[in-house]
Design a protein around this ligand. Structure first.
Ligand SMILES: [Mg+2]
Length: 380
């Protein structure tokens, strides 16, 4: 059983907790200082009620709500709070994973009263930081993440075998993490409208219509195991590489080049043993951020360095708009499965697969790094 904690309007709530003047007011946190020329990276619930949400241009948000309060994002605060919440949750004695800067997953095994545990976690977080969280509990990570979204803010949703189907029937399939707009449209054409419709489809049906992604979706929806669900007894738990720089840097190009380098190294090792991964873990160390690690699980398994890198950037983006000072990096892939169903769906995928094969054979014949993406030279 997994307990998923998702902080409510995280950045905005932290700002409101620190500055009581902002409490109860519509507030946006902008990615840059200039309040009319930035993007909303978080909106308080009061702002959300007026129709404002993250991703919107701040100028547009002010048009909707002229009395809006504005604060420029300060990622150090959010990272610090995230790490304290992680520690607090660890104090409950279960294994805890970062799902992103404001989401955490706890493997609560067969804990008899998940509802009271969820409320205690919410209570402790509120006591310490004055901010609220929504909690979902279900048999696996995907359903617990879904459950955490069903009763926001400050809600608890426990999905049991008794209520699962009834709850799933009330929400559209697009509520499930990884079901994007296009997939939702495709599913609708097949008569799959609600989360329950999707849940009741067979592995064969989903694989036939959505390819390997569909098969993974099926596994993620129905698995009853803990974090280690995809691993056998002597399979590696994760494959990773890390690197420490002589001194801390904050040049975004340089940092991205290093992330790409590590991603390529990890991906090559995945391909060597026919592994594919659905979870990417990024770890950073620096003078302002200390040790920060965040993990994200995706629907589509990968073993292409460029894809690993893009997922690292997605995790980095969660840390806020500015690139922090970084001294050391680590990239690792987990949630491994053998590439048994490798049937490229599209011409593009086939071409990319052929290219990777060619690069691997050049590198194993002429030595590592005989050929590599040009962007990596920026890291040297
Ligand atoms: Mg959240």
């Amino acid at each position: 059983m997994i307990l998923h904690v998702d902080m409510d309007a995280f950045f905005a709530s932290i700002e409101q907790a620190i500055n009581p003047r902002l409490k109860g007011k519509p507030l946006i946190v902008g990615s840059r200082n200039s309040k009319m020329h930035t993007v909303v990276c978080a909106a308080s619930y009061e702002a959300k009620a007026a129709g404002i949400d993250s991703g919107m241009a701040s100028a547009e948000a002010f048009k909707i709500c002229p009395g809006l309060e504005f604060v420029a994002a300060e990622q150090g605060k959010y990272i610090w709070t995230s790490r304290q919440i992680f520690k607090l949750l660890k104090g409950f004695g279960f294994e805890v994973l970062y799902a992103s800067i404001d989401e955490f997953q706890m493997d609560i095994m067969g804990y008899p009263d998940p509802d009271s545990l969820a409320k205690r976690a919410q209570g402790r977080i509120y006591e310490e930081f004055g901010i609220t969280a929504s909690v979902g509990v279900a048999k696996n990570w995907l359903l617990s993440k879904l459950a955490s979204k069903l009763n926001k803010p400050n809600g608890v949703t426990v999905l049991t075998s008794a209520n699962l189907e009834e709850v799933l029937s009330r929400f559209p399939a697009s509520k499930i993490c990884g079901v994007g707009k296009n997939t939702a449209l495709l599913l609708e054409g097949l008569g799959v409208k609600t989360c329950l419709d999707l849940y009741q489809k067979s592995a064969q049906f989903l694989e036939h219509n959505l390819g390997k992604y569909g098969l993974n979706l099926f596994i993620s929806m129905h698995s009853t195991d803990s974090f280690d669900s995809l691993k056998g007894p002597d399979e590696p738990k994760s494959i990773g590489h890390s690197y420490t720089l002589p001194r801390a840097v904050s040049n975004p190009q340089f940092i991205r080049a290093w992330l790409r380098t590590l991603s390529e190294m990890v991906a090559r090792r995945l391909r060597q043993d026919n592994w594919e991964s659905i979870a990417v873990h990024l770890w950073l160390n620096g003078p302002e951020i200390g040790n920060f690690g965040a993990q994200k699980t995706f629907q589509q398994p990968i073993n292409d360095g460029f894809e690993v890198y893009k997922r690292c950037l997605k995790i980095m983006a969660k840390l806020g708009p500015q690139t922090p000072l970084v001294r050391a990096f680590g990239v690792s892939c987990s949630g491994l499965s053998q590439t048994a169903y490798a049937r490229p769906l599209f011409k593009e995928q086939k071409r990319r697969g052929d290219l990777l094969k060619a690069l691997d054979s050049i590198n194993s014949r002429f030595g590592d790094n005989s050929i590599y993406p040009a962007v990596i030279t920026l890291a040297q």
